[in-house]
Write a protein that binds this ligand. Structure first.
Ligand code: PHE
Length: 368
């Protein structure tokens, strides 16, 4: 390797000469850096340039910089500093990329076992929730949310449960305290069903509407193997011109077949909800025994899964206070509400609903 003198051979301080000399020095360092392939060679290079007594930077500074005429010192100093910065940072980078400074400092002990991150599994409830939502999305439904702390107006009154109506007793819940001074319609409670989001959705947008709303609901029910004071529902709402009960039947029949298999049959029974007319309960043929009768369907061959019906004109009346387009003479719709927990329990053979809220890893690991 050629080894040009770092010190000037002449007293030429012209800018051209300085540029050339510093370029030559930097090129020499760069070549050395490229050729240094082992940690030892890198250390030799470092000593050659950065060494405190005989290092070239030291020599350059003492022999050249210090000797330069006063008026040239600034310019030479700047060039010298640029070269020094280049050398220092390149050497650091090279040492770092070869793992030198990390290992030298013993910052980590590479013989220690690493941290194992255990993969989580989707909770059976959330898995069921997603499966249900996906089937409706494929039919063009959007997905909505609503508040779990709801007003009396949205949870009951606008759904045609007038104050004092006996149907309210079937959905007893927790109410927020200290609201006696508010009018009844503004008092807060934990929502007892996802149906209030029907009203909230229609107030926000004119028809047509096709939406599913999954979420958590609360009721003052004693906990047992099949009841929990907190559980989950999916609400469905479809409003447009000429929506009929046949549309409701076809939609839910398709949904049940998509969820449980194409051999599953559905049947509709008259029922009552204040906010649908007519109303129905929907049963499916038992997907476990094919309708012959087994323990899961209590030997009846059928399992009841949801409530539904045609949106009551009185409900459209409440919505019209904000969205006049919901004129029951021009549009119609259907709605349904289904418990997600029950479907999850059925799908995965879970015998006790409280298992889903226990956070017990022995339970959850079975779904990993
Ligand atoms: N909200 C009703 C319930 O919780 C279910 C339902 C929803 C019924 C929509 C009809 C229409 O029991």
């Amino acid at each position: 390797m050629s080894d040009p003198q770092p010190t000037p051979t002449s007293l030429d301080y012209s800018p051209e000469h300085l540029t050339q000399r510093f370029q030559t020095l930097q090129a020499e360092f760069d070549l050395g850096l490229r050729e240094a392939s082992t940690p030892e060679e890198l250390e030799d290079l470092r000593l050659k340039w950065e060494g405190r007594k005989q290092g070239r930077l030291t020599l350059l500074s003492s022999l050249w910089l210090k000797e330069a005429p006063a008026e040239k010192k600034k310019e030479i100093g700047q060039r010298f500093n640029a070269l020094k910065d280049h050398i220092v940072s390149e050497l650091q980078r090279a040492a770092g990329s070869r793992g030198q400074n990390v290992l030298d400092a013993e910052a980590i002990d590479i013989t220690q076992p690493g941290t194992r991150r255990r993969l989580g599994a989707e909770h059976p409830l959330i898995r069921t929730w997603n499966e249900i939502v996906k089937i409706f999305q494929a039919m063009g439904y959007s997905v909505g949310v609503g508040p779990e702390v709801e007003t009396d107006y949205y949870n009951f009154e606008s759904l045609n449960f007038p104050p004092g109506h006996p149907a309210r007793d079937t959905q007893d819940t927790l109410v927020i305290t200290g609201q006696e001074r508010k009018p009844l319609r503004d008092r807060l409670l934990m929502r007892t069903h996802t149906s209030p989001v029907q009203i909230r959705t229609m107030e926000q947008q004119p028809p047509p509407v096709r939406i599913v709303i999954p979420g958590k609901v609360h009721r003052n029910d004693a906990a047992d193997a099949t009841h929990s004071p907190i559980f989950h529902q999916v609400e469905g709402l479809c409003v447009d011109t000429n929506i009929t009960f046949s549309d409701l039947k076809g939609t839910l029949d398709h949904f049940m077949k998509a969820l449980f298999g194409s051999s599953v049959k559905t049947r509709f029974f008259p029922s009552f909800f204040p906010f649908t007319e007519p109303s129905a309960d929907v049963q499916i043929s038992c997907p476990f025994c094919g309708g012959k009768g087994c323990r899961k369907c209590k030997y009846s061959g059928w399992i009841e899964l949801l409530g539904c019906g045609m949106v009551d004109p009185a409900v459209f009346g409440f919505v019209q206070q904000k969205q006049p387009a919901y004129d029951p003479k021009k549009i119609s719709g259907f709605a349904f509400g289904m418990g997600i927990d029950r479907v999850a329990m059925m799908s995965y053979g879970i015998s006790d609903i409280s298992l889903m809220y226990s956070g017990d890893l022995r339970f959850l690991e079975q779904f990993a």
